[in-house]
Design a protein around this ligand. Structure first.
Ligand code: FE
Ligand code: CA
Length: 532
């Protein structure tokens, strides 16, 4: 199953649906249980209803995830006690050759989530895993380790997805992504949306308002029970999308969060509407949001939140082929500018001093052929004002131009930088220029804004062209813009990256046709990107 030969060897596909594998696995569930565990208190059926996931692959390991939640939309429904959970990793879907096993503990203070940081695996390999607790067995998950640290060749298939708004549509792009069988999925923010339920949505958010807290208020007065929607319930609802759940069960994710995991457009400890949320109240909300995020994401213990802080910026290596620097452009930023002069103010920071230094050093010292940078928000300029003058989104890198330009200048000394972002709910593929104010400045890299899974919903393409077409002349660095829902797929090889913009016909129904909207190419050693 060692897939270093490239995307041609897609024999893994026959294992794709975790659901079918589960049925086969249940019969043998008792066989791999130690006698002591067999005697444990039984847990209700559906305790593994949130499925399984994996993430942050290393050459010798990966994080395995599940969460015990028999009542996923009502706080979880678990008893207030720590529950032992057995896990095992095997070389095949039938678990005939187990390579690792152990016991993890699902604790009530972490929503009975389970994060197993498995080590001792072989590089560049596919593995299967499952959990067992209280007489129940989880669906089978499939995951893959990163290539050997010195592997310079081979191919890495990476899928990019941001922005999945439950209310705007079904997550049909994941069905297409699953069929493309990526080695790893990069999710760059807006995994949930905190918005209140809307009666006119394609499908409706749970609860009765925006989430502020982690768990439901256990108050005997009924009116308090639904006063706040809760983050845990919101994540659980999102995970009930079958295409998202299947993708999680079939490939490791590398995730980072943006604003909607907490509150629209927040910056550090400053909420969207400071006059309506006090600082203390917002810090409490941030604390709950960070906790729920950790609980539901397949990430290492380094991401266990410390109050309102969570460490999400980190570095992953895919042999010598690619280094992936995952950024946090939300937690350490200055509050957004409100004027063009403000957007150019060198006092503003997006990454914060420490993360900025960490990124610059990591780029400079990188041994990798490709330096992939996962940023929540778009780096290339977006001039919204057709003709004379400029107009920018201040929440994106355009609002933090001094720091952005510092990175763009540094990119000239970096081997093959490619920025992968989201937020825009559009496909936007751009050349990165050292200075967007100077059209003659050199191209230093490429950026892909990976449209959205569902956010924004199905768009009127004519209306999009009418709105955005007049801006094209002002933004000559845009090589492709489009408003369809989908994801981007990258085949990273030594000599270049072949990218495909995969789009679906609709997210208004649970099933959709899909196809390739465009193919793009980034050649190694030649900054920029072109449509092919
Ligand atoms: Fe979004
Ligand atoms: Ca203009």
């Amino acid at each position: 199953m060692n897939r270093v030969t490239g995307p041609g060897s897609h024999d893994r596909r026959r294992f794709l649906t975790a659901g079918t594998a589960v049925l086969g696995a249940s019969a043998s569930a008792q066989l791999w249980l130690p006698a002591a565990a067999r005697a444990e208190a039984p847990l209700p059926e559906g305790v593994f209803g949130l499925g399984v996931a994996s993430g942050d692959p290393l050459p010798d390991g990966v994080v395995l995830w599940t969460r015990l939640a028999p009542e996923p939309l009502d706080g979880g429904g678990m008893p207030e006690r720590t529950v032992p959970v057995l896990w095992e990793v095997a070389e095949g879907e039938r678990f005939a050759r187990r390579v690792r096993r152990g016991t993890a503990y699902a604790r009530p203070e972490l929503g009975h989530s389970v994060h197993v940081d498995v080590r001792g695996l072989c590089p560049g390999r596919t593995y299967w895993f499952r959990f067992r607790a209280g007489g129940r067995i989880s669906p089978v998950g499939r995951t893959r380790t990163a290539p050997h640290p010195y592997a310079a060749g081979g191919a890495l298939r990476l899928a990019l997805a941001p922005c999945q708004n439950w209310q705007h549509g079904y997550f049909t792009p994941y069905a297409d992504m699953l069929a493309q069988d990526p080695d790893v999925v990069l999710f760059v923010g807006d995994y949930i949306y905190e918005s209140a339920p809307s009666a006119t949505a394609v499908r409706r958010h749970e609860g009765s308002g925006e989430p502020y807290t982690l768990t439901q208020y256990r108050n005997r007065y009924a009116q308090y029970r639904n006063r706040y929607a809760q983050y845990r319930n919101r994540y659980a609802q999102y995970r009930s999308d079958p295409d998202l759940a299947a993708m999680h069960a079939n490939a490791p994710f590398v995730v980072t969060f943006d604003d909607h995991e907490v509150d629209n457009d927040f910056a550090g400890e400053i909420p969207q509407d400071p006059d309506r949320q006090t600082h203390d109240a917002f810090v409490a909300r941030l604390t709950a949001a960070c906790r729920a995020y950790y609980e539901h994401m397949p990430v290492r213990a380094a991401a266990i939140p410390d109050g309102p802080h969570i460490r999400m910026h980190r570095r992953l290596e895919f042999g010598r082929l690619a280094r992936l620097d995952v950024l946090d452009t939300r937690q350490y930023r200055s509050d957004q500018a409100v004027s063009q002069a403000g957007a150019r103010d060198p006092a503003l920071t997006l990454l914060g001093a420490r993360q900025k230094r960490w990124l610059l050093e990591g780029l400079r010292d990188s041994p990798a052929r490709w330096n992939l940078i996962a940023s929540q928000i778009m780096m290339a300029e977006t001039d919204l004002l057709a003709g004379e003058g400029k107009q920018w989104f201040y929440d994106a890198w355009d609002g933090y131009q001094a720091e952005r330009n510092e990175f763009l200048k540094a990119f000239r000394g970096v081997r093959n930088p490619v920025v992968l972002t989201g937020d825009r709910h559009l496909t936007m593929v751009s050349e990165l220029r050292a200075d967007f104010a100077d059209p003659a400045s050199p191209v230093v890299g490429a950026e892909f804004v990976g449209t959205s899974v569902s956010s924004g919903g199905d768009q009127d393409q004519d209306a999009f062209r009418r709105e955005w077409g007049p801006r094209l002349a002002d933004n000559p660095h845009w090589k492709l813009i489009d408003a369809r829902r989908g994801h981007h797929l990258f085949d990273v090889r030594r000599d270049g990256i072949d990218a495909r913009v995969r789009v679906v016909d609709t997210v208004r129904s649970p099933r959709s046709a899909s196809g390739t909207l465009a193919r793009l190419r980034v050649d190694a050693g030649r900054p920029g990107v072109r449509v092919v």
